[in-house]
Write a protein that binds this ligand. Structure first.
Ligand SMILES: *Cc1c(COP(=O)(O)O)cnc(C)c1O
Length: 427
């Protein structure tokens, strides 16, 4: 693409792609190949020695995935991106690309269930521990940071109660202590929020949700803002010679690419040697989703706001959380960051509590009872009995998970049909 600064709707359709020069295919071709021909022994040697950039083997790079990576980087205003096999692997490999045994992470506690389990129960087995704080409790964040801390982690809109992180304030603390700020922005695709504009260093997406948008593939992405200085010695993985990469020091030996040390290491160590690669078929599905992302997300947000308002006035509903409701405690922060809608998820509790939630999930029409969000179809889930059931009672309470909580991912159906489906079972 030319250097012209296109708007997000245009980037979503075009960024990262020129018609294929060999076939002149207008749509992005799916490169279903494991390996790529070397032009000569010298060409192969240069590719392996990182002296020349090019495709070697699809575990590392694939042209279809590269277009998706470039498009996501441009949409987020980042310097470069990497796609991975799932949002979950994007998170795990981001952490492993910064922290080693003995290091600590400071994270908000209102996390996606799988992420909480990684931080709370899996990484401690490898000596990486997490100090959890309530989202936007900046005193607690400061108190949790010590000489072992290597990163701050938040979700833009956090599970399960949809609190909105005050990213600018997190970024300010991150800068003060020279730590990278990692934001899982899955609930706020780049047409709603671009955390890098507020000082985030690394942005993560589960592509499986609104970016794919149709519930048809699993994938993840990490976008590097290219704005973090990794030469501080406390980031051992960037300053000590890497045994897996012939002694390379990622923060020092990449020349002009030193500012991309994080994403290059994620590819050349994480993807190359640990292997969480996204299939090019799935990359193509996500590219297809991205083309309509701005339109879809606007509609998801519009429908979700209407549902939240309807629930709010219903006498059988005990409580509703949606960051776009002016009465919501997240609204003051939400309106600062979310200029084009507040996302597609609404959570609520019925007056009948846990039992009423189970009954609703079992009897509602139109909505599908599934452990997913961000589909074109409306979805419903009762986390306390499903996705969050592995959490201990203590962490359930700490992360604000009420056993009555029902999560609604509002789809693209006609709003009257969505409301009718709720009205049949709630009134
Ligand atoms: C779904 C989700 C993930 C995990 O992504 P997968 O693609 O399902 O592995 C991580 N974070 C958030 C906020 C999510 O919604």
């Amino acid at each position: 693409m030319s250097q012209k600064k296109y708007r997000h709707e245009t980037l979503a359709v075009h960024a990262g792609q020129a018609p294929d020069p060999t076939t002149l295919s207008r749509a992005v071709p799916i490169c279903r190949t494991t390996a790529f021909n070397f032009k000569s022994a010298g060409h192969a040697a240069n590719l392996f020695g990182l002296k020349e950039l090019g495709n070697i083997y699809s575990r590392l790079t694939n042209p279809t995935n590269s277009i998706l990576e470039d498009r996501l980087a441009q949409l987020e205003g980042g310097a470069a991106a990497l796609t991975l096999s799932s949002g979950t692997s994007a998170i795990a490999f981001t952490i492993l690309n910064i922290l080693k045994g003995g290091d600590e992470l400071v994270s908000a506690n209102n996390l996606y269930g799988g992420t909480y389990t990684q931080f709370d129960a899996i990484f401690p087995n490898y000596g990486i521990t997490t100090r959890f704080t309530r989202v936007n409790d900046f005193d607690a964040v400061r108190k949790s940071i010590n000489e072992k801390t290597r990163a701050l982690y938040v979700e833009s809109i956090g599970n399960p109660r949809l609190d909105v992180a005050d990213i600018e304030k997190y970024a300010q603390i991150a800068r003060e202590f020279h730590l990278p700020l990692i934001v899982d922005s899955t609930f706020t695709p780049p047409t709603l929020l671009r955390p890098i504009e507020y000082g985030a260093n690394i942005v993560i997406h589960s592509l499986s949700k609104w970016i794919g948008g149709h519930g048809t593939a699993i994938g993840g992405a990490v976008i590097d803002a290219g704005n973090f200085d990794w030469t501080d010695k406390k980031f051992a993985l960037y300053n000590e010679p890497d045994g897996g990469y012939h002694g390379l020091r990622f923060a020092h030996d990449l020349g002009d690419l030193n500012k991309l040390a994080f994403i290059l290491r994620l590819r050349t160590v994480g993807l190359r040697n640990l292997g969480p690669t996204l299939s090019p078929d799935s990359a193509w599905i996500f590219l297809q989703g991205l083309e309509t992302l701005p339109l879809r997300v606007r509609k998801h947000s519009e429908n979700a706001l209407a549902v939240a308002k309807w629930l709010k006035q219903n006498p059988n509903v005990a409580w509703v959380r949606y960051p776009g409701l002016e009465t919501d405690e997240a609204y003051p922060v939400a309106k600062k960051y979310l200029k084009d809608g507040f996302g597609g998820v609404v959570v609520c509790g019925l007056k009948g509590g846990y039992d009423a939630a189970v009954k609703l999930v079992d009897s509602i029409s139109l909505f599908s009872n599934v452990a997913n969000v961000g589909d074109a179809k409306s979805l419903i889930l009762h986390p306390a009995s499903t996705s969050h059931s592995q959490l201990s009672e203590k962490s359930k309470t700490e992360s604000g998970l009420d056993s009555s909580l029902i999560r609604l991912s509002i789809g693209l159906e006609h709003i009257d049909d969505i409301i009718d489906a709720l009205d049949e079972v709630i009134s």
